[in-house]
Design a protein around this ligand. Structure first.
Ligand code: DQA
Length: 149
């Protein structure tokens, strides 16, 4: 067991991702958010970072968690779901962060409807992982571990 002496990695998930595994599995896959959280936690075993993994259907709640991450996290991975394409509030909150922000999507929004092609979050993201399904979260964790080393 390693000591978790460094700041945690935050993973925030937006609306409808609580339904992962049952919602449009042909697009988003069969893994649940709990499955993804467990795998991300596994990746952090043996590191000094803990995982803070949360989901909300509410924009204001996500804004508050982003503000919390500003002081309490070493990096933020965020799948803002539909708010990716609509939320100036999330964009403004993210702009106040000086830690690395990774945008993560299960699907590839650019291969889908035109309204998904624009992302407010991409404007402030260090990098984007999209289109690889649930393993995208693990790829994002790996990227963060390299970035914060
Ligand atoms: C999503 C893509 C968004 O366009 C969509 O609204 C989601 C999930 C993804 O992970 O592929 O809810 O962020």
């Amino acid at each position: 067991m390693s000591q978790k002496t460094l700041k945690p990695i935050y993973v925030l998930n937006g609306p409808n991702l609580n339904l992962l595994g049952v919602r449009e599995p042909e697009i988003y896959g069969y893994d649940t958010l709990a499955d993804i959280e467990a795998r991300c936690k596994g990746l952090l075993e043996g590191t000094e970072h803990d995982l803070v993994f949360r989901q909300s259907n509410h924009e204001g709640q996500l804004v508050e968690w982003i503000q919390e991450a500003r002081t309490d996290a070493c990096a933020l991975i965020i799948n803002p779901a539909a708010y990716t394409h609509t939320s100036v509030a999330l964009y403004d909150a993210l702009k106040a962060l000086s830690i690395p922000i990774i945008e993560c999507h299960l699907s590839n929004p650019h291969a889908r409807e035109a309204f998904r092609h624009h992302s407010y979050v991409s404007l402030v993201a260090k990098g984007i992982v999209a289109g690889f399904g649930s393993i995208g979260y693990e790829l994002a964790i790996r990227a963060v571990l390299t970035l914060v080393k």
